[in-house]
Design a protein. Structure first.
Length: 353
Protein backbone atom coordinates (compact mmCIF):
# COMPACT_ATOMS: atom_id res chain seq x y z
CA UNK A 1 0.00 0.00 0.00
CA UNK A 2 2.78 2.44 0.95
CA UNK A 3 4.71 2.11 -2.32
CA UNK A 4 1.59 2.12 -4.51
CA UNK A 5 -0.54 4.85 -2.92
CA UNK A 6 1.34 6.84 -0.26
CA UNK A 7 4.90 7.13 -1.54
CA UNK A 8 3.95 8.63 -4.97
CA UNK A 9 2.07 11.43 -3.19
CA UNK A 10 4.81 12.08 -0.63
CA UNK A 11 7.46 12.18 -3.34
CA UNK A 12 5.64 15.04 -5.09
CA UNK A 13 6.95 17.34 -2.37
CA UNK A 14 10.50 18.32 -1.30
CA UNK A 15 12.05 15.68 0.99
CA UNK A 16 12.72 17.93 3.97
CA UNK A 17 9.16 19.29 3.85
CA UNK A 18 7.80 15.74 3.86
CA UNK A 19 10.10 14.80 6.72
CA UNK A 20 8.71 17.62 8.88
CA UNK A 21 5.16 16.72 7.80
CA UNK A 22 5.77 13.11 8.85
CA UNK A 23 7.20 14.30 12.16
CA UNK A 24 4.04 16.32 12.92
CA UNK A 25 1.83 13.39 11.89
CA UNK A 26 3.70 10.99 14.15
CA UNK A 27 3.62 13.39 17.08
CA UNK A 28 -0.13 13.85 16.60
CA UNK A 29 -0.60 10.07 16.49
CA UNK A 30 0.54 9.82 20.11
CA UNK A 31 -2.82 11.28 21.11
CA UNK A 32 -4.83 8.61 19.29
CA UNK A 33 -6.10 5.99 21.78
CA UNK A 34 -4.82 2.45 21.21
CA UNK A 35 -2.70 3.61 18.25
CA UNK A 36 0.42 1.95 19.62
CA UNK A 37 -1.39 -1.35 20.17
CA UNK A 38 -2.83 -1.57 16.65
CA UNK A 39 0.35 -0.46 14.85
CA UNK A 40 2.41 -3.01 16.76
CA UNK A 41 -0.07 -5.68 15.72
CA UNK A 42 0.47 -4.67 12.09
CA UNK A 43 4.22 -4.00 11.99
CA UNK A 44 5.90 -5.82 14.87
CA UNK A 45 7.36 -9.32 14.98
CA UNK A 46 7.65 -10.22 18.63
CA UNK A 47 9.49 -13.52 18.90
CA UNK A 48 11.99 -14.55 21.60
CA UNK A 49 14.28 -15.90 18.87
CA UNK A 50 14.80 -12.35 17.58
CA UNK A 51 16.09 -11.11 20.93
CA UNK A 52 19.79 -10.40 20.96
CA UNK A 53 22.18 -9.22 23.66
CA UNK A 54 24.84 -6.89 22.30
CA UNK A 55 27.30 -4.74 24.32
CA UNK A 56 25.33 -5.51 27.46
CA UNK A 57 21.91 -4.47 26.16
CA UNK A 58 19.07 -6.84 25.35
CA UNK A 59 17.49 -5.89 22.03
CA UNK A 60 13.98 -7.25 21.26
CA UNK A 61 15.06 -7.59 17.64
CA UNK A 62 18.18 -6.57 15.67
CA UNK A 63 16.59 -3.95 13.37
CA UNK A 64 16.97 -0.31 14.38
CA UNK A 65 16.38 3.15 12.99
CA UNK A 66 19.58 5.00 12.14
CA UNK A 67 20.47 8.46 13.41
CA UNK A 68 19.26 11.37 11.31
CA UNK A 69 15.59 10.46 11.08
CA UNK A 70 14.71 11.54 14.61
CA UNK A 71 17.37 14.20 15.07
CA UNK A 72 15.54 16.05 17.83
CA UNK A 73 14.00 13.14 19.75
CA UNK A 74 10.46 14.17 18.84
CA UNK A 75 9.29 10.92 17.20
CA UNK A 76 10.86 7.98 19.02
CA UNK A 77 7.78 7.07 21.07
CA UNK A 78 5.60 7.04 17.95
CA UNK A 79 8.24 5.23 15.88
CA UNK A 80 8.45 2.50 18.51
CA UNK A 81 5.10 1.26 17.16
CA UNK A 82 6.67 0.25 13.84
CA UNK A 83 8.55 -2.77 15.15
CA UNK A 84 12.03 -1.34 15.63
CA UNK A 85 14.31 -3.03 18.11
CA UNK A 86 16.03 0.28 18.89
CA UNK A 87 16.13 3.90 17.72
CA UNK A 88 19.13 6.19 17.48
CA UNK A 89 18.43 9.90 17.94
CA UNK A 90 20.61 12.81 16.84
CA UNK A 91 23.16 13.82 15.87
CA UNK A 92 23.01 16.00 18.99
CA UNK A 93 25.38 18.93 19.54
CA UNK A 94 25.87 20.89 22.78
CA UNK A 95 24.28 24.06 21.42
CA UNK A 96 21.35 24.28 18.99
CA UNK A 97 22.24 24.99 15.39
CA UNK A 98 20.28 25.53 12.18
CA UNK A 99 22.51 23.46 9.95
CA UNK A 100 23.35 24.25 6.36
CA UNK A 101 21.27 26.48 4.06
CA UNK A 102 18.24 24.93 2.33
CA UNK A 103 17.66 23.06 0.10
CA UNK A 104 19.89 20.46 1.70
CA UNK A 105 18.18 17.12 1.05
CA UNK A 106 17.63 15.63 -2.41
CA UNK A 107 16.12 12.44 -3.81
CA UNK A 108 17.77 10.37 -6.51
CA UNK A 109 14.70 8.33 -7.42
CA UNK A 110 16.42 6.28 -10.11
CA UNK A 111 18.92 5.10 -7.51
CA UNK A 112 16.61 4.76 -4.50
CA UNK A 113 18.97 7.17 -2.80
CA UNK A 114 19.21 10.46 -0.94
CA UNK A 115 21.85 13.15 -0.86
CA UNK A 116 21.85 15.33 2.24
CA UNK A 117 24.01 18.08 3.64
CA UNK A 118 21.90 18.85 6.70
CA UNK A 119 24.86 19.88 8.84
CA UNK A 120 23.87 18.58 12.29
CA UNK A 121 20.74 20.74 12.46
CA UNK A 122 19.27 20.07 15.91
CA UNK A 123 17.71 21.74 18.94
CA UNK A 124 20.74 21.25 21.16
CA UNK A 125 21.45 18.87 24.03
CA UNK A 126 19.46 20.69 26.72
CA UNK A 127 16.15 20.64 24.81
CA UNK A 128 16.63 17.07 23.56
CA UNK A 129 17.36 15.80 27.08
CA UNK A 130 14.07 17.29 28.31
CA UNK A 131 12.18 15.38 25.59
CA UNK A 132 13.93 12.10 26.36
CA UNK A 133 13.04 12.44 30.03
CA UNK A 134 9.37 12.23 28.99
CA UNK A 135 9.86 8.85 27.25
CA UNK A 136 6.61 6.85 27.26
CA UNK A 137 7.90 3.61 25.75
CA UNK A 138 10.70 1.28 26.79
CA UNK A 139 12.39 1.17 23.37
CA UNK A 140 16.20 1.21 23.48
CA UNK A 141 17.53 4.67 22.60
CA UNK A 142 20.97 5.43 21.23
CA UNK A 143 22.40 8.92 21.49
CA UNK A 144 24.43 10.00 18.46
CA UNK A 145 26.68 12.91 19.49
CA UNK A 146 28.76 15.44 17.57
CA UNK A 147 30.38 18.84 17.75
CA UNK A 148 28.99 22.25 16.86
CA UNK A 149 30.06 23.68 13.53
CA UNK A 150 31.66 26.71 15.20
CA UNK A 151 33.78 24.60 17.54
CA UNK A 152 37.32 24.19 16.18
CA UNK A 153 38.62 20.63 15.96
CA UNK A 154 41.20 21.25 18.66
CA UNK A 155 38.30 21.89 21.08
CA UNK A 156 36.02 19.14 19.74
CA UNK A 157 36.66 16.97 22.80
CA UNK A 158 34.81 19.55 24.92
CA UNK A 159 31.67 19.27 22.78
CA UNK A 160 31.66 15.48 22.93
CA UNK A 161 32.07 15.65 26.71
CA UNK A 162 29.17 18.10 27.06
CA UNK A 163 26.87 15.88 25.00
CA UNK A 164 27.98 12.74 26.83
CA UNK A 165 27.34 14.25 30.25
CA UNK A 166 24.02 15.80 29.24
CA UNK A 167 22.57 12.66 27.63
CA UNK A 168 24.05 10.07 29.98
CA UNK A 169 20.92 9.64 32.07
CA UNK A 170 18.45 9.48 29.17
CA UNK A 171 20.01 7.22 26.51
CA UNK A 172 21.01 3.56 26.59
CA UNK A 173 24.15 3.79 24.46
CA UNK A 174 26.26 6.43 22.71
CA UNK A 175 27.54 6.78 19.16
CA UNK A 176 30.44 9.16 18.55
CA UNK A 177 29.91 10.73 15.14
CA UNK A 178 33.14 11.96 13.54
CA UNK A 179 32.21 10.80 10.04
CA UNK A 180 29.49 13.10 8.72
CA UNK A 181 30.65 14.82 5.51
CA UNK A 182 28.42 17.84 6.18
CA UNK A 183 30.27 19.60 9.01
CA UNK A 184 33.49 21.27 7.80
CA UNK A 185 36.65 19.37 8.80
CA UNK A 186 34.73 16.92 11.02
CA UNK A 187 36.13 13.87 9.22
CA UNK A 188 39.63 14.96 10.20
CA UNK A 189 38.71 13.72 13.68
CA UNK A 190 38.75 10.16 12.27
CA UNK A 191 42.52 10.41 12.12
CA UNK A 192 44.23 8.22 14.68
CA UNK A 193 45.50 10.65 17.30
CA UNK A 194 42.54 13.06 17.60
CA UNK A 195 40.11 10.14 17.60
CA UNK A 196 41.98 8.29 20.33
CA UNK A 197 42.03 11.45 22.41
CA UNK A 198 38.24 11.84 22.21
CA UNK A 199 37.49 8.17 22.88
CA UNK A 200 39.95 7.80 25.77
CA UNK A 201 38.43 10.90 27.37
CA UNK A 202 34.86 9.62 27.02
CA UNK A 203 35.89 6.26 28.40
CA UNK A 204 37.43 7.98 31.40
CA UNK A 205 34.18 9.86 32.03
CA UNK A 206 32.30 6.60 31.55
CA UNK A 207 34.41 4.78 34.12
CA UNK A 208 33.53 7.39 36.73
CA UNK A 209 29.80 6.65 36.48
CA UNK A 210 28.08 4.22 38.88
CA UNK A 211 27.24 2.11 35.81
CA UNK A 212 28.93 2.74 32.47
CA UNK A 213 27.10 2.87 29.15
CA UNK A 214 28.22 1.44 25.80
CA UNK A 215 30.15 3.80 23.51
CA UNK A 216 30.34 3.11 19.78
CA UNK A 217 32.11 4.88 16.93
CA UNK A 218 30.39 5.72 13.63
CA UNK A 219 32.76 5.61 10.66
CA UNK A 220 32.67 6.68 7.03
CA UNK A 221 32.47 4.21 4.12
CA UNK A 222 35.20 6.17 2.34
CA UNK A 223 38.05 4.98 4.59
CA UNK A 224 40.88 3.01 3.03
CA UNK A 225 41.85 -0.44 4.32
CA UNK A 226 44.82 1.15 6.08
CA UNK A 227 42.48 3.57 7.83
CA UNK A 228 40.14 0.70 8.75
CA UNK A 229 43.15 -1.06 10.27
CA UNK A 230 43.68 2.05 12.38
CA UNK A 231 40.01 1.95 13.45
CA UNK A 232 40.41 -1.67 14.58
CA UNK A 233 43.51 -0.72 16.58
CA UNK A 234 41.78 2.31 18.12
CA UNK A 235 38.73 0.28 19.17
CA UNK A 236 40.98 -2.28 20.86
CA UNK A 237 43.18 0.35 22.54
CA UNK A 238 40.34 2.48 23.86
CA UNK A 239 38.12 -0.49 24.74
CA UNK A 240 35.01 1.14 23.30
CA UNK A 241 32.08 -1.18 22.74
CA UNK A 242 31.72 -1.29 18.97
CA UNK A 243 31.45 0.37 15.58
CA UNK A 244 28.57 1.67 13.46
CA UNK A 245 29.44 1.03 9.81
CA UNK A 246 28.75 3.14 7.90
CA UNK A 247 27.78 6.78 7.57
CA UNK A 248 26.92 8.36 4.20
CA UNK A 249 29.47 8.51 1.38
CA UNK A 250 30.94 11.43 -0.55
CA UNK A 251 31.35 9.14 -3.58
CA UNK A 252 29.12 9.55 -6.64
CA UNK A 253 30.27 6.41 -8.44
CA UNK A 254 27.96 3.92 -10.17
CA UNK A 255 24.84 6.08 -9.98
CA UNK A 256 22.02 5.47 -12.45
CA UNK A 257 20.92 9.09 -12.21
CA UNK A 258 22.57 11.03 -15.02
CA UNK A 259 24.58 14.05 -13.85
CA UNK A 260 22.45 16.36 -16.01
CA UNK A 261 19.00 14.81 -15.44
CA UNK A 262 16.39 17.50 -14.80
CA UNK A 263 15.18 17.37 -11.21
CA UNK A 264 18.09 15.25 -10.00
CA UNK A 265 20.99 17.18 -11.45
CA UNK A 266 23.82 15.74 -9.41
CA UNK A 267 26.17 18.50 -10.51
CA UNK A 268 23.81 21.21 -9.25
CA UNK A 269 23.04 19.34 -6.03
CA UNK A 270 26.69 19.60 -5.10
CA UNK A 271 28.20 18.43 -1.83
CA UNK A 272 26.52 16.09 0.61
CA UNK A 273 26.43 12.56 1.89
CA UNK A 274 24.88 9.89 -0.34
CA UNK A 275 22.73 7.20 1.29
CA UNK A 276 20.54 4.42 -0.03
CA UNK A 277 21.01 1.52 -2.43
CA UNK A 278 24.28 2.77 -3.99
CA UNK A 279 25.91 2.53 -0.55
CA UNK A 280 24.85 -1.07 0.15
CA UNK A 281 27.85 -2.88 -1.34
CA UNK A 282 30.54 -0.63 0.13
CA UNK A 283 28.96 -0.62 3.57
CA UNK A 284 28.85 -4.42 3.58
CA UNK A 285 32.50 -4.55 2.44
CA UNK A 286 33.52 -2.36 5.38
CA UNK A 287 31.57 -4.54 7.82
CA UNK A 288 33.15 -7.68 6.43
CA UNK A 289 36.66 -6.18 6.57
CA UNK A 290 36.29 -5.00 10.17
CA UNK A 291 34.80 -8.31 11.28
CA UNK A 292 37.35 -10.57 9.60
CA UNK A 293 40.45 -8.43 10.21
CA UNK A 294 39.63 -7.96 13.90
CA UNK A 295 38.65 -11.58 14.43
CA UNK A 296 35.14 -10.44 15.43
CA UNK A 297 36.72 -8.60 18.35
CA UNK A 298 33.87 -6.10 18.77
CA UNK A 299 30.17 -5.69 17.84
CA UNK A 300 29.21 -3.92 14.62
CA UNK A 301 25.96 -2.16 13.76
CA UNK A 302 25.53 -2.40 10.00
CA UNK A 303 23.85 0.47 8.18
CA UNK A 304 23.86 1.67 4.59
CA UNK A 305 21.64 0.72 1.66
CA UNK A 306 19.28 -1.68 3.40
CA UNK A 307 16.17 -1.66 1.20
CA UNK A 308 15.17 -5.31 1.47
CA UNK A 309 15.40 -8.26 3.85
CA UNK A 310 18.19 -9.65 1.67
CA UNK A 311 20.24 -6.47 2.15
CA UNK A 312 19.95 -6.84 5.92
CA UNK A 313 20.87 -10.53 5.81
CA UNK A 314 23.96 -9.67 3.72
CA UNK A 315 25.17 -7.35 6.47
CA UNK A 316 24.47 -9.83 9.24
CA UNK A 317 26.34 -12.55 7.36
CA UNK A 318 29.21 -10.11 6.75
CA UNK A 319 29.63 -9.71 10.51
CA UNK A 320 27.08 -7.16 11.72
CA UNK A 321 25.39 -7.92 15.04
CA UNK A 322 22.58 -5.40 14.52
CA UNK A 323 21.37 -3.42 11.51
CA UNK A 324 19.81 0.00 10.99
CA UNK A 325 17.62 1.46 8.24
CA UNK A 326 17.00 5.04 7.16
CA UNK A 327 16.76 5.68 3.42
CA UNK A 328 15.25 2.23 2.91
CA UNK A 329 12.57 3.15 5.46
CA UNK A 330 11.78 6.24 3.35
CA UNK A 331 11.64 4.39 0.01
CA UNK A 332 10.16 1.07 1.11
CA UNK A 333 7.89 2.17 3.95
CA UNK A 334 7.31 0.99 7.51
CA UNK A 335 6.64 -2.59 6.42
CA UNK A 336 10.37 -3.02 5.74
CA UNK A 337 11.18 -3.63 9.42
CA UNK A 338 8.67 -6.49 9.68
CA UNK A 339 9.91 -8.04 6.43
CA UNK A 340 13.51 -8.00 7.67
CA UNK A 341 12.64 -9.56 11.02
CA UNK A 342 10.56 -12.29 9.35
CA UNK A 343 13.46 -13.07 7.00
CA UNK A 344 15.88 -13.22 9.92
CA UNK A 345 13.63 -15.81 11.58
CA UNK A 346 13.55 -17.78 8.35
CA UNK A 347 17.34 -17.69 8.05
CA UNK A 348 17.69 -18.77 11.66
CA UNK A 349 15.87 -21.99 10.81
CA UNK A 350 18.45 -22.67 8.09
CA UNK A 351 21.73 -21.41 9.53
CA UNK A 352 23.31 -19.47 12.39
CA UNK A 353 24.66 -15.93 11.92
Amino acid sequence: MYKIFIKPILFLFPPEFIHHFTEKLLRFSLYIPAKHFFLRKIYSVEKPKLEKEVFGLKFPNPVGLAAGFDKNATMFDALASFGFGFIEIGTVTPEPQQGNPKPRMFRLKEDDALINRMGFNNDGAEVIVKRLKKRKTDIIIGGNIGKNKTTPNENAIDDYEKCFEALFGVVDYFVVNVSSPNTPNLRELQEKEPLKKILFHLQQLNSEKPKRKPILLKIAPDLTNEQLDDIIEIVKETHIDGVVATNTTISRENLKSHPDTIGTNIKSIGAGGLSGKPLASRSTEVINYLSEKSGKAFPIIGVGGIHSPEDAIDKLKAGADLVQVFTGFVYEGPGLVKKINKQILKEMSLTVF
